[in-house]
Write a protein that binds this ligand. Structure first.
Ligand SMILES: [Zn+2]
Length: 420
């Protein structure tokens, strides 16, 4: 790059720029030490943070330590491998096989309703706007469960992204015994259909839909006395179980073959394409796993301190995540000073929940894989023991009622192709 004087700004200007960055890093490092000193004096805040997670740090560290041994060797090998042409898998799928049913919902939703045993009826509620559907949701015996809004396409003024919202929670009136049911909405930003082409979804969009649909099931099936313990009002590290659990269906051929047909030829999605999607999502997964684990360890190292921190931030960081580092450290980088999730994002000792939710959802889905992904008894057990219970019992108690045992890391390692 040339500047206006025609003089090449490199390399002398580079040294200047790097010196500037280094100076900023040193300032941040001093600021963070000051912040930690204040936080260290406030034991109450730290303890409250700890109560927001359901599993003792020790247990998590033990689980993560178990992961290291298994994934480190593979991570090194995979990282060294050349990335195959996996991107094509999503391109091949893109805009071809999975379409929306009219404007209402992806075609797959009815299959999922069947396994969890509920029906929707959108005949009775007036639409508040053309592209937002409103359904009454009923249990298989006809009992009213919830109102579900689906808002799937972009429009002027609508926020981007995807989410599930609860407009009204669920509770049971103690005097009358009336079970007040929730109103929830799933919001997406899928491409709209045109006159001659239906709305066709990418693999990522299907996964996102299943994710938010899982959150909505947590609300729709809620059945608690108190709203504050109902539906998604659970510990931080348990709230993503229903959503991530539902994502597992996206790569199941048996599920995809119930609806995913080429929109022009009618051909069912080829098994080979589904396998390529699985392979592509597993590329470099062991390295990504270690990276997430390293962040979890670093977060815990900072938030499990009982004394103000006076030492060297870089040295502390190195010690905290040493077990999960496989690549040489890049000099002058410091994760702690830029880890906004834990210092500004509210995760505070809860960052591990990303990986922990994966352990849970893979382990839970492995029971479906074992007994059949459409097995109604297992689906009913998941609904009764987890989805309808909210935060009324400790997550591990609920999980064990469903699974019969505590989760292990095996199912996740198998799903990621790390363990056979
Ligand atoms: Zn989520």
């Amino acid at each position: 790059m040339q500047d206006v004087s025609g003089r090449n700004p490199l390399p002398d200007r580079t040294a200047e720029i790097l010196a500037g960055i280094r100076k900023t890093g040193e300032q941040t490092s001093e600021e963070i030490k000051a912040l930690l000193k204040t936080a260290g004096d406030n034991a109450k805040i730290r303890n409250e943070h700890r109560h927001t997670v359901s599993i003792e740090s020790k247990g998590i560290l033990w689980t993560f330590t178990g992961m290291f041994a298994m994934v480190t060797v593979l991570a090194v090998a995979l990282h060294a491998a050349r990335q195959p042409d996996y991107d094509r898998a999503d391109n091949d799928l893109k805009y071809r096989y999975i379409r929306m049913k009219g404007e209402a919902s992806p075609e797959n939703i009815s299959g999922l309703e069947n396994i969890f045993g509920f029906n929707r009826d959108n005949g009775k509620i007036n639409q508040m706007r053309k592209d937002v559907e409103a359904y009454e949701v009923f249990d298989k015996d006809g009992t009213y469960l919830a109102v579900l809004y689906t808002d799937f396409h972009p429009r002027a003024g609508k926020r981007s992204g995807a989410w599930m919202t609860s407009y009204k929670g669920q509770w049971i009136d103690e005097k009358s015994g009336e079970n007040s049911r929730p109103h929830v909405s799933i919001v997406m930003n899928f491409t709209k259909p045109t006159q001659n082409k239906p709305a066709l979804l990418t693999f990522d969009e299907v996964e996102t839909f299943l994710h938010e649909f899982g959150h909505s099931l947590h609300e729709i099936f809620a059945n608690s006395t108190y709203e504050s313990l109902s539906g998604t009002n659970v510990y931080w590290d348990f709230v993503e179980l229903p959503s991530q659990f539902m994502e597992n269906f996206a790569i199941e051929k048996e599920f995809l073959h119930t609806f995913a047909r080429h929109y022009q030829t009618g051909e069912l999605i080829p098994g080979e394409l589904v396998q390529r999607i699985v392979d592509s999502s597993n590329f470099n997964v062991a390295y990504a796993c270690l990276r997430q684990v390293s962040f979890g360890l670093l977060d815990m190292a900072w938030y499990t301190r009982n004394t103000p921190f006076e030492g060297d931030v870089k040295a502390y960081e190195k010690k905290a995540w040493d077990k999960a580092q496989i690549l040489p450290v890049v000099e002058e980088t410091c994760m702690s000073t830029q880890f906004s999730h834990i210092f500004a994002g509210g995760y505070s000792a809860g960052y591990y929940s990303y990986k922990w939710a994966e352990v849970l959802d893979a382990d839970a889905f492995s029971l479906f894989k074992q007994c059949g992904i459409f097995n109604p008894e297992i689906a009913d057990s998941f609904r009764r023991n987890i989805l309808s219970k909210g935060g009324t019992e400790h997550p591990m108690t609920l999980y064990k009622h469903f699974r019969g045992q505590e989760p292990t890391i095996d199912a996740l390692l198998i799903r990621n192709g790390i363990k056979r």
